[in-house]
Design a protein around this ligand. Structure first.
Ligand SMILES: [Mg+2]
Length: 194
């Protein structure tokens, strides 16, 4: 019989690492938000699988490359290793509807708020014999698209006030997370593990 797992789905830029106002294209531009690595370590120790889900349309726009995105994602895991932790999976969406690119059009449907990356992660867990318990899994991000993606995927959305902090937009549009925290550390310690 398959095991059931809880997953913490995490947006990357503005949630785990500082938003720099543009696409992070190199390791030098990637700086962890204070407490973020510790939050990942705490959640993983508590039994959560960690899945990073990030829109990287800079690829389709020609601002960054697949290789750069993947190198920065590897770097994140290297930084997490210093805290004795890691993410389990990482998914990025290179496409953008305004920048059609035959190389990436197959990825249509992955760009948040579409839940394509979450669904793929859940399918990949299932292929390993693990059933994701959506009702006990979370999606944490700094933008309304993260909240909407979490809602569409049947997860419990949490907004953080780091990065773009789209709290006001969420309220105006009535797309509400179940919790709003100052940052990832407080989301994990003050809500998810509380
Ligand atoms: Mg973000």
């Amino acid at each position: 019989m398959a095991d059931t797992v809880r997953v913490l789905f995490l947006d990357r830029d503005g949630t785990i690492n500082e938003d720099i106002g543009s696409y992070v294209t190199s390791r030098e531009q990637f700086r962890l938000i204070e407490g973020a690595a510790e939050a990942v370590a705490l959640a993983r120790s508590a039994g959560f699988r960690i899945v990073v889900v990030t829109n990287q349309a800079g690829v389709a726009r020609g601002i960054t490359t697949i290789e750069q995105v993947e190198d920065v994602n590897r770097y994140l895991n290297e930084l997490l290793a210093a805290w004795g932790t890691s993410y389990d999976r990482c998914y990025y969406c290179p496409s953008h509807p305004d920048y059609p690119n035959p190389l990436y059009d197959r990825d249509t449907g992955c760009r948040k708020p579409e839940p394509g990356m979450v669904e793929r992660a859940i399918a990949d867990f299932l292929a390993e014999g693990l059933i994701v318990d959506r009702s006990r899994s979370f999606f944490i991000g700094d933008k309304i698209v993260d909240v909407e993606c979490g809602l569409r995927a049947g997860l419990r959305p949490v907004l953080v006030r780091t990065g773009h902090n789209e709290e006001r937009m969420c309220i105006e549009r009535g797309i509400m997370p179940e919790h709003i925290a100052d940052d990832l550390y407080r989301a994990v310690t003050g809500h998810i593990l509380a």
